[in-house]
Design a binder for this molecule. Structure first.
Ligand code: NDP
Length: 482
C-alpha cells in the first residue's frame, strides 16, 4: 500500500508517479518509498469526501459510534505491529510507541461514546425568556474537513482529529507528515476492513508545500485542523483567512516545570526527565524550562545530572532503551544548532551537548541540560523540540509564577510540591492549557488539549474536540404556529 494513496476507499497511484523516501532515524536506512501526492490527488480526495458526506452526514450518531468502536477493536488487534511500524519510522522506543497505540485506542473508544450520545442531543429545547416563542438546537457536521498532522506522535495526533471528525459526521482528507507516513497509512487499511463507506476517510501523503497547501486552499474544504509548527500554522491561517473558514491550530510550546522547596527530589527527578527526554524531547508539551527553588537547586541538579547520564540511548527495538534518535536529519540539525548557539552564548552545560557517542549512524543527541540560562536567551524563549532542558532558580512563589508565565507560549506546565494547597494555588495562576501536579504528562481523552497564547487556537480531546467539527443550528418559531 505504500506506493499508493487511499482515496475513495481504494489504494490508487499518485498522479505524479513520484515517491518520497521514508527513513529509519536510528539507522538512516530507507525503509519505504511512499507515493507523493500532488494537488490533483487532493482534488480527487476532496471530491470523494464531498460525495461521501451526502450519506455519512445523515447517519445516526449510534451508527457512526459502531464504526468507531470497530476501528478501535481493529487497532487493538494489530497493536503490536502498529507500534513496531511507528517505532521503526519515528525512532521512539517500542515501549513508548505501545503507549501511543493505547492512547489512540482510548481516543477512538471515547469518541464512539460521544457519537452515540449525539442523537439524544438533537432538537434540544432551549428555554427562552421571551414569551410566545420556542427554540431548539441541532448539532450538525461541519462538512468535509482537512486534517494535517506532524511526525512526533503519529497515529495519536491523527486519532485526536479523525475520531471526533467522524463522530461528528464529517468526512475527511488526512495529510500525514512526509517524515512518518507509514503507520498513518494503516488507517486506510483499517477503514477498509471495518467496511467504512468509501470516501469517508481519504489519506494523501506528500509534501506540505504541495499537498498541504492544496488542501488548505481547496474551496470544498469546510475546516482545517492543523497540528505543527507556528511557522506553518501562520501560513495555514493566512490561507484560510482568505476564504473565512474554520480552523483549529495546535502549535508549539515552551512549557515550564516548577519545583518548589518542599518537593520530593527523587520523584522530581523522574518527572523532570520524563517531561523533557520522553520521545527525545520532541513533544509540543515538553517541560523544557525548569524552574527550581534556590534552596534545593544544588541537590536536585546533582540528581538530575546523574539520572540523565544514566539514560540508555539506542535503537527503538533494543531492550531497555529509554531514548531514541531525533526523528529526522532536519530535526537533528535544528537541535544541534540550538546547542551550539547556547555554547556560543556562553551558557553553562550541566551535561550533554554533543552528538551521542557510540553510534556510527542515526540522529542521536546526548540528553542535554543547560543551567542558569538567562531569560533573554533564545534557548529559554524558543521551542527547541529536542532533548534540551534549560534551568533557572527562583526564590519565591511569586517569582516562579512570573518566570513561568513569561513566554509567548502557553501549552502546558508542571508543578512539583508536597503541599497540595500551594500546588493548586500556583496551577490556578499559570497561563497554560494543561497543568500536571506531581505527575508525568498524563493526557486522557476526556481532558482537553490545546494552549493559551501562541500555542494555538481551539481545543482537541474531550467534548471540545467533538464540538470543533460541529456546527450549531437553532430553529426558532412562534408558539402560536405549533
Ligand atoms: P510542521 O509545521 O513543519 O509540519 C506539520 C504538518 O504541516 C506536516 O504534515 C507538514 O508537511 C505540513 N505542512 C508543511 N507546510 C505546509 C503548508 N504550507 N501548508 C499546509 N501544510 C503544511 O511541523 P513539524 O512536522 O516539524 O512538527 C513539529 C511542530 O509541531 C512543533 O513546533 C510542535 O510544537 C508542533 N506540535 C504541536 C502539538 C500540539 O498539540 N500543540 C503536537 C505535536 C507537534 P510535511 O511533513 O510535508 O512538511
Amino acid at each position: 500500500m505504500y506506493d499508493t494513496l487511499f482515496i475513495n476507499g481504494d489504494w490508487v497511484a499518485a498522479s505524479s508517479g513520484k515517491t518520497l523516501a521514508v527513513i529509519n532515524p536510528a539507522t538512516e536506512a530507507v525503509i519505504a518509498e511512499v507515493a507523493a501526492g500532488s494537488p490533483a490527488d487532493i482534488d480527487s480526495a476532496v471530491s470523494a469526501a464531498k460525495a461521501a458526506f451526502t450519506h455519512w452526514s445523515k447517519t445516526s450518531g449510534a451508527q457512526r459510534g459502531a464504526y468507531l468502536r470497530a476501528i478501535a477493536r481493529r487497532i487493538e488487534a494489530g497493536a503490536e505491529e502498529l507500534a513496531a511500524l511507528s517505532s521503526g519510522n519515528n525512532g521512539k522506543p517500542l515501549s513508548e510507541a505501545r503507549i501511543d497505540i493505547d492512547d489512540a485506542i482510548a481516543t477512538w473508544d471515547y469518541y464512539a461514546g460521544l457519537a452515540e450520545q449525539l442523537d439524544a442531543r438533537q432538537n434540544a429545547e432551549v428555554p427562552l425568556a421571551m414569551p410566545g416563542y420556542r427554540s431548539s438546537s441541532r448539532l450538525e457536521p461541519a462538512g468535509v474537513v482537512g486534517l494535517i498532522v506532524p511526525w512526533n506522535f503519529p497515529f495519536v495526533t491523527t486519532a485526536w482529529k479523525v475520531a471526533p471528525a467522524l463522530a461528528a459526521g464529517c468526512t475527511l482528507v488526512l495529510k500525514p507528515s512526509e517524515i512518518t507516513p507509514l503507520v498513518e497509512l494503516q488507517l486506510g487499511a483499517i477503514a477498509q476492513s471495518v467496511g467504512l463507506p468509501a470516501g469517508v476517510i481519504n489519506i494523501v501523503c506528500g509534501s506540505g508545500s504541495d499537498v498541504g497547501s492544496a488542501l488548505t486552499a481547496h474551496p470544498d474544504i469546510a475546516k482545517i485542523s492543523f497540528t505543527g509548527s507556528n511557522r506553518v500554522g501562520e501560513i495555514v491561517m493566512q490561507s484560510l483567512a482568505k476564504q473565512v473558514k474554520g480552523l483549529s491550530l495546535e502549535l508549539g510550546g515552551k512549557s515550564p516545570m516548577l519545583v518548589m522547596d518542599d518537593a520530593d527530589l527523587d520523584q522530581a527527578t523522574d518527572w523532570i526527565l520524563g517531561g523533557i527526554f520522553y520521545n527525545a524531547g520532541q513533544m509540543c508539551s515538553a517541560t523544557s524550562r525548569l524552574l527550581v527553588h534556590e534552596s534545593i537547586a544544588p541537590q536536585l541538579l546533582q540528581r538530575l545530572k546523574a539520572a540523565t547520564e544514566a539514560l540508555k540511548l539506542g535503537d527503538a527495538f533494543e531492550e531497555g532503551v529509554q531514548m531514541g534518535p531525533l526523528t529526522s536529519k532536519a530535526q537533528f540539525d535544528t537541535v544541534m544548532g540550538y546547542i551550539e548557539r547556547g555554547q556560543a552564548e556562553g551558557l553553562t552545560l550541566l551535561t550533554g551537548g554533543r552528538r551521542a557517542e557510540g553510534f556510527e549512524r542515526g540522529y542521536f543527541i546526548e540528553p542535554t541540560i543547560f543551567v542558569d540560562v538567562p531569560t533573554d536567551s533564545a534557548l529559554w524563549r524558543e521551542e527547541i523540540f529536542g532533548p534540551v532542558l534549560c534551568v533557572r532558580t527562583f526564590s519565591s512563589e511569586a517569582q516562579a509564577i512570573t518566570l513561568a508565565n513569561d513566554s509567548d507560549f502557553g501549552l502546558a506546565a508542571g508543578i512539583i510540591s508536597q503541599d497540595n494547597a500551594k500546588a493548586q494555588r500556583i496551577a490556578e495562576q499559570l497561563q497554560a492549557g494543561h497543568i500536571w501536579i506531581n505527575s508525568l504528562q498524563l493526557v486522557c481523552p476526556e481532558t482537553s488539549w490545546g494552549g493559551f497564547k501562541r500555542s494555538g487556537i481551539g481545543r482537541e480531546l474531550g467534548p471540545w474536540g467533538l464540538a470543533a467539527y460541529l456546527e450549531v443550528k437553532h430553529i426558532t418559531q412562534p408558539l402560536a404556529e405549533l
